[in-house]
Write a protein that binds this ligand. Structure first.
Ligand SMILES: C[S@@+](CC[C@H](N)C(=O)[O-])C[C@H]1O[C@@H](n2cnc3c(N)ncnc32)[C@H](O)[C@@H]1O
Length: 217
C-alpha cells in the first residue's frame, strides 16, 4: 500500500495539522448520539475527529493510508480504533456504519480513485446512515495551481477540487440534506492562507435491497 505526501507532516515540533476537531462534526456529534453504533472517519489523519465520534458514544473507526498518521492518531484518540487502509478498498462489511465522515481526503484522489471511494463509502454506510463531507471547493485558491497567490502548502498534493453540482451527481446513492461552503483563514501551518471548503450532510438511500455481505476482509 502506498503512503501519501502527507506522511511526514504528522510529526515534528510543529505538526502540520491542528488538533482542534472539525466544527461540522462537533455540531453533528452534539445532536446525534452514537449508542454504540459504528462511525467511520476516513483519512482520519491525527485522529482529532475520530476522538469526537468516540466521545459521542460511537464505536469510532479511523482509517488512513499513512502509518505515521495512525501512530499519532492512536495517541490522540485512545478511545477510537484505527485501521490502515486505502479508502478505495475498505476492509469492512456492507452497511455497517451509521456515520461516515470524510475530512479533506477525497481531494487526494484522482478521478478513478474518487469513483471507487464513493462506491466503497456507499457500500459500508447503512441505509439511512449519515455521510458527512468537508473538502476543498473549486473556489479554493489552490484550485488555480500550487503557485497561485494564497494557495496552501498542501495544494501540490491535491488532485481534485469539488463543486456542488458534481457532488450531487456522484453521491447518487445518498440524499443530500444540506450543502454549504465556508471560507476559512488557516494559520495552523506556513504563511496564513485561505481555504474555501464545500461541506455536506447526506443520508444513505434506503432503497437498496441487496443482502449485506457478511465477510470481513
Ligand atoms: C488533509 S489530511 C486530513 C486529515 C483529517 N481528515 C483531518 O481533517 O485532520 C488527508 C488525510 O487523508 C489521508 N489519505 C490520503 N489518501 C488516502 C487514501 N487513498 N486512503 C486513505 N487515506 C488517505 C492522508 O494520509 C491524510 O491523513
Amino acid at each position: 500500500m502506498r503512503a501519501t505526501p502527507f506522511d511526514g507532516k504528522f510529526l515534528g515540533e510543529e505538526p502540520y495539522f491542528k488538533l482542534e476537531p472539525t466544527g461540522m462534526l462537533v455540531e453533528f456529534a452534539a445532536e446525534h448520539c452514537g449508542h454504540g453504533r459504528y462511525a467511520l472517519d476516513v483519512g482520519c489523519g491525527n485522529g482529532r475527529n475520530a476522538c469526537v465520534l468516540a466521545s459521542a458514544g460511537y464505536v469510532a473507526v479511523g482509517v488512513d493510508i499513512s502509518p505515521t498518521a495512525l501512530r499519532v492518531a492512536r495517541r490522540i484518540a485512545p478511545n477510537a480504533l484505527f485501521v490502515r487502509s486505502d479508502v478505495i478498498s475498505l476492509p469492512f462489511r456492507d452497511r455497517i456504519f451509521a456515520v461516515a465522515f470524510c475530512g479533506t481526503v477525497l481531494s487526494c484522489l484522482d478521478e478513478s480513485g474518487l469513483a471507487r471511494a464513493i462506491i466503497e463509502l456507499s457500500r459500508v454506510t447503512m441505509p439511512g446512515g449519515y455521510f458527512l463531507l468537508t473538502d476543498f471547493s473549486v473556489d479554493d485558491p489552490g484550485a488555480s495551481g500550487p503557485d497561485a497567490s494564497d494557495a496552501s502548502e498542501c495544494s501540490p498534493f491535491l488532485k481534485h477540487y469539488f463543486e456542488p453540482t458534481e457532488l450531487q451527481k456522484i453521491l447518487a446513492g445518498f440524499s443530500i440534506e444540506r450543502m454549504w461552503k465556508v471560507r476559512k483563514l488557516d494559520d495552523t501551518h506556513g504563511p496564513t492562507h485561505t481555504h474555501v471548503l464545500v461541506r455536506l450532510v447526506a443520508r444513505r438511500n434506503t432503497g437498496d435491497r441487496r443482502q449485506p455481505n457478511t465477510a470481513i476482509a
